[in-house]
Write a protein that binds this ligand. Structure first.
Ligand SMILES: NC(=O)c1ccc[n+]([C@@H]2O[C@H](COP(=O)([O-])OP(=O)(O)OC[C@H]3O[C@@H](n4cnc5c(N)ncnc54)[C@H](O)[C@@H]3O)[C@@H](O)[C@H]2O)c1
Length: 431
């Protein structure tokens, strides 16, 4: 008689944007997946076959499929989910505090539960972006202490960073190779074998968990530094009356030139955060620090330019387009809008924020004044700042803004002739 092979069980701890997507992919590639999360609403939604993560193409269908095939379920009970799993994937955030120190609150709590449920022969893989050394020295040590098991022999421990982009997670996963590091050869081999089946992408095996952790943060530092360079060049290009967009397009035709785009600020939960995983852990000076300073300084620089042009902003009605940190996502972590609002309030401007991704109630809840994009309301606006260029703004009619004196295009995204045609001054970055 033909032997039926038992499907392996994966526990995914943290069912957020990344965790749920990974869980659904693992289920679609032949694993039984139990997602564990502390949020009751998330659990109920996944158990009803509904993705609570929106705007992620392909995810709704995968969650329905996983639910219908009985290969994807969710629970609040991390300990039990882990005790039933052959593989545990951890995607709970590690954040930073206001002072930029690393905030382990969520992850430490998750690791306690994982440790309590850990059994022999399980492979535990961290996917959350981490300071170098944490998989082995912080979480591995705690897993051993609570479970009484030895990492590398009783259970296996690996790290594999998530390198995907919101809104493109499923397609990015197929495109980017998956970097995997283990605390020893067997941990690496098991984690690597898992990903070969679970995501069916190319795998890059690296020497250690530390190499894999470092690689992810290095990517973020590279991008932050590169954007800071683009910002510096944009400021200088303005002084020289040169168009930086044309410059970058021309320069980047040389294969070693990869200059990124300048912008009014760098937001989100990756680039402005993860450099601190180096900077607070021994990388005490240099480019990473300077880049953070340059990029976070762009909002202040823009407000100063606007203030100079307007001859003061006191009681001027300033409309910021986009609360999200970038276009077409609903995510305001470290959004440049926060820096802009702060700077504009110091100038005593009346600040309004419009974002099609957020309801007025959601905007108000964040202590901001929402703006309805109607022809009537538009007449009252003196200055517009483009912070996140959502698709909706592509068809914005500047003819509505009859009192507006200046549009500051913080993303160099608008057709400046369409603005100027309405008698409104236009400023971009290095244009
Ligand atoms: N979102 C991205 O674009 C992205 C890209 C690359 C890497 N990452 C990495 O993935 C991590 C997770 O990102 P995300 O966007 O999925 O975050 P998220 O905020 O969408 O989800 C995190 C989930 O973890 C859950 N959680 C918190 N504490 C928990 C605990 N103790 N036990 C179980 N679950 C718990 C939360 O309830 C939430 O559902 C990030 O911290 C980052 O390191 C994210």
């Amino acid at each position: 008689m033909k032997k039926v092979q038992k499907r392996e069980t994966v526990a995914v701890v943290g069912l957020g944007k990344i965790g749920l997507t990974m869980a659904a992919i693992y289920a679609s590639n032949g694993f039984d997946v139990i997602g564990a999360d502390v949020n009751q609403a998330v659990i109920e939604s996944v158990n009803a076959g509904i993705s609570h993560v929106k705007n992620e193409p392909g995810l709704d269908e995968l969650v329905i499929q996983g639910h219908q095939n009985k290969q994807l379920s969710a629970t609040l009970d991390t300990k039990t989910a882990v005790s039933q799993a052959d593989i545990v994937v951890v995607v709970v955030p590690v954040l930073i505090y206001e002072n930029n120190d690393v905030d382990y609150t969520y992850m430490d709590a998750a690791v306690e539960q994982i440790a309590a449920g850990l059994t022999k022969h399980t492979t535990v893989i961290f996917e959350t972006t981490l300071p170098t050394g944490d998989t082995r020295d912080r979480f591995g040590v705690r897993l051993e202490a609570v479970s009484g098991l030895k990492a590398g022999t009783d259970f296996f421990l690996a790290y594999s960073p998530e390198r995907v982009y919101s809104n493109k997670i499923l397609s990015d996963l197929k495109k980017y190779p998956k970097i995997v590091g283990g605390i020893n050869a067997e941990s690496l081999q098991r984690a690597s074998a898992f990903y070969k089946q679970a995501i069916q992408a190319d795998i890059i095996e690296v020497e250690s968990t530390e190499t894999a952790e470092f690689a992810k943060v290095a990517e973020c530092v590279y991008r932050d530094v590169n954007i800071a360079l683009a910002n510096e060049l944009a400021v200088y290009a303005s002084e020289k009356n040169v168009n930086i967009v044309e410059v970058i397009q021309a320069s980047n035709t040389q294969p070693y030139s990869h200059i990124h785009s300048p912008g009014i600020g760098v937001g989100g939960h990756c680039i402005p955060i993860y450099p601190y995983f180096f900077m607070k852990r021994g990388l005490s000076e240099g480019l990473a620090h300077l880049a953070r300073e340059v990029n976070d300084g762009m909002a202040g620089r823009a407000v100063k330019e606007i203030d100079d042009y307007m001859d003061g902003l006191k009681d001027k009605r300033v409309l910021i387009l986009g609360l999200s940190y970038r276009e077409n996502v609903k995510e305001e972590t470290k959004s440049t809008t926060w820096l802009l609002v702060d700077q504009l309030k110091q100038k005593q401007a009346d600040v309004f924020v419009h974002d099609p991704m957020f309801t007025d109630a959601e905007t108000k809840k964040r202590a901001l004044t929402p703006f309805s994009l109607t022809e009537e309301a538009a007449k009252e606006i003196d200055v517009i700042i483009v912070q996140a260029f959502h698709d909706e703004y592509k068809s914005l009619d500047f003819g509505w803004f009859t009192q507006c004196k200046l549009v500051f295009d913080g993303r160099n995204a608008l057709d400046q002739h369409a603005v100027k045609k309405q008698g409104i001054a236009y400023k971009g970055l290095g244009l």
